[in-house]
Design a binder for this molecule. Structure first.
Ligand code: FPP
Length: 249
C-alpha cells in the first residue's frame, strides 16, 4: 500500500485534532467521467480510483482518523454493462489479494458490509480471508460496502427482528434503536460523522440511510480519481466549521 511522497503527510496545522471526524464515509463517484475525459474506457477510471482509495486510507491513518467506509458497489450497480460488473468484481478480488499482507502489517482491520452471499465465490473467499486475518487489527477500521443497499439492509434487519418476535425471543416493545442497529450490516460500527461524495452529485444513493441520520455531508466537485489529500483537507476544514447540534438548540 505504498503512497506517493506528499507534503500533506501530517495533519495540516489548521485542522484541530480534537474536532476530526472519528468515522469518514465516501461515495466514490465520477470514475467513468474521469476516464472519458482522458479518452480512456470507463474501467480505467475504476482502476485509477483504487489508488485514490488506498491513499485516502493511508491519509486517515496518518492524520488520526479511526474509521473509513467506502461505497464500492451498490445493489443497483448490477445494472451496469456486464463487462464493467465483471471488471469490478475481478478488480476487488485482485486488490484484496495484493494488498492483504500490507494491510496486516499496517494493522488495518478490513470489514465488508452488504449482501456478500450474492458475490462471485472467488471474491467471497478473498473477503473472508481478509476479514479473518485482520479482525484483531486496531489502527483503523476500513469498511468496504459491496453489493450494499441501505433499504435492503433495513429490510433484512426488519425480517430478522420479526423472526425473533415470532419465536417469542423479543417483544415488539423491546425493539429499540440499539436492537435495530444490532441487526444492520454495520452492527458494532459507530455512525459516520462525515460523508464525502465526489463529482458534485448531491444524493445518498441508498448508502447508509439509517446511519447518516445526523452525519454531515460534504460534496466535492472533484471526480473520484482526482480526489487527493488537498481535497480531503478541504472537506475536513469545512466539516470543522460545522456546528453539530444533533437536534438540540
Ligand atoms: C462510481 O463511479 C464508482 C463505482 C461504482 C466503483 C467504485 C470502485 C472503486 C473506486 C474501486 C474500489 C476498490 C476496492 C478494492 C474497494 P461511476 O462509474 O458511477 O462514475 P460516473 O458517474 O462518472 O459514470
Amino acid at each position: 500500500m505504498k503512497t506517493q511522497p506528499t507534503d500533506l503527510q501530517y495533519l495540516p496545522l489548521d485542522l484541530k485534532r480534537e474536532l476530526l471526524p472519528h468515522h469518514v464515509a465516501v461515495i466514490m463517484d465520477g470514475n467513468g467521467r474521469w476516464a472519458k475525459r482522458q479518452g480512456l474506457p470507463r474501467i480505467m477510471g475504476h482502476k485509477a480510483g483504487v489508488n485514490v482509495l488506498k491513499d485516502l486510507l493511508h491519509c486517515c491513518k496518518d492524520w488520526g482518523i479511526k474509521a473509513l467506509t467506502a461505497y464500492a458497489f451498490s445493489t443497483e450497480n448490477w445494472k451496469r454493462p456486464e463487462e464493467e460488473v465483471e471488471f469490478l468484481m475481478t478488480l476487488f478480488q485482485r486488490v484484496l489479494r495484493q494488498e492483504l499482507r500490507e494491510m496486516v502489517e499496517e494493522n488495518v482491520q478490513i470489514q465488508f458490509v452488504g449482501n456478500l452471499s450474492a458475490l462471485p465465490q472467488a471474491l467471497q473467499t478473498e473477503i473472508s480471508r481478509s476479514m479473518a486475518q485482520t479482525q484483531d487489527n486496531r489502527s483503523i477500521r476500513f469498511t468496504i460496502a459491496t453489493n450494499y443497499g441501505s433499504r435492503q439492509e433495513i429490510l433484512q434487519a426488519c425480517r430478522a427482528i420479526a423472526q425473533k418476535v415470532q419465536e417469542g425471543l423479543l417483544k415488539p416493545d423491546d425493539i429499540s434503536e440499539e436492537i435495530f442497529e444490532a441487526h444492520l450490516y454495520t452492527a458494532g460500527v459507530a455512525d459516520p460523522d462525515l460523508l464525502i461524495r465526489t463529482s458534485g452529485e448531491m444524493r445518498l444513493s441508498n448508502f447508509l440511510l439509517w446511519q447518516m441520520a445526523y452525519g454531515e455531508i460534504y460534496i466535492s466537485d472533484a471526480l473520484w480519481p482526482d480526489f487527493n489529500r488537498s481535497e480531503f483537507h478541504r472537506a475536513l476544514s469545512a466539516y470543522q466549521q460545522r456546528e453539530r447540534r444533533f437536534g438540540k438548540v
